[in-house]
Design a protein around this ligand. Structure first.
Ligand code: AP5
Length: 214
């Protein structure tokens, strides 16, 4: 968990690779849906482009369905879900007491100016999805992906107005989820201010440490 731009996608990719498990990222799932030519895609585009959350019923059904797929049997990394209390309750109700229940609820924390700078500098490959940052991780050739040569783009929800709006939505709708896990004594906090490798190291230590203890 964490505000837009704090590094959830970056770190969940690394965690998933380290544990050889899939990432279930609700934002990525919605970005796939929105490419289609369907009424659902049009609805999803409207919410995302305004920086609002997609309604809970749709989001919960989509993610829980994905978590029932056989490739999640040995574990998974959730990125961007749950981000409302209704989503957190639905996740608990669906998987509590099973081998699919979540082991760690990790909140990535960084100051507002850091997340705004990360959002503003983010560029994504239109072909392979690799994520860059103009200041912390720039591509070798401007506008071009180092991995596949694809063109880099900025997300449609990345205008300064929508960025601010998304941060406000996080405060209003996701901070209560942080409280929800805190009350249950399940919230773990990680400082996401250091460079990417240092944050990954903190996360791996935390997750590996608890796995060794089991
Ligand atoms: P989503 O795609 O989940 O967006 P988000 O939460 O706003 O988060 P971001 O993807 O913007 O940031 P991130 O934290 O992943 O940062 P990243 O690793 O890319 O959701 C988009 C939309 O989908 C929502 O607004 C909503 O409409 C809908 N949606 C999704 N889930 C939903 C749900 N559960 N319910 C309802 N609606 C939902 O990093 C950012 C940049 O910083 C990159 O350039 C990266 O290279 C750089 N960077 C990362 N870490 C570091 C570091 N340590 N040091 C320096 N640079 C860094």
């Amino acid at each position: 968990m964490g505000p837009p731009g704090v590094g959830k996608g970056t770190q969940s990719n690394r965690l998933a690779a380290a544990f050889a498990v899939p990432i279930v990222a609700s934002g990525d799932m919605f970005r796939e849906i929105r490419k289609q030519d369907t009424p659902l895609a049009a609805e999803v585009r409207q919410y995302m482009d305004r920086g609002e959350y997609v309604p809970d019923d749709l989001t919960i059904a989509m993610v829980l369905d994905r978590l029932r797929a056989p490739d999640t049997e040995n574990g998974y990394v959730l990125d961007g879900f749950p981000r409302t209390v209704a989503q957190a309750e639905a996740l608990d109700a669906a998987f509590d007491g099973t081998s699919r229940a979540i082991d760690h609820v990790i909140l990535l924390k960084a100051p507002l100016e850091t997340v705004l700078a990360r959002l503003t500098g983010r560029r994504i490959c239109s072909n392979c999805g690799a994520v860059y940052n103009l200041s912390s991780n720039p591509p070798e050739v401007e506008g071009q992906c180092d991995v596949c040569g694809g063109a880099l783009f900025q997300r449609t929800d990345e205008t300064p107005q929508v960025q601010r709006y998304r941060l406000g939505v996080f405060d209003r709708q996701t901070k209560p989820v942080i409280a929800y896990y805190k009350v249950k004594g399940r919230l773990e906090m990680v400082d996401a201010t250091p460079p990417v490798d240092a944050v990954t190291e903190q996360l791996l230590n935390r997750v590996r440490g608890s796995a060794d203890a089991k």
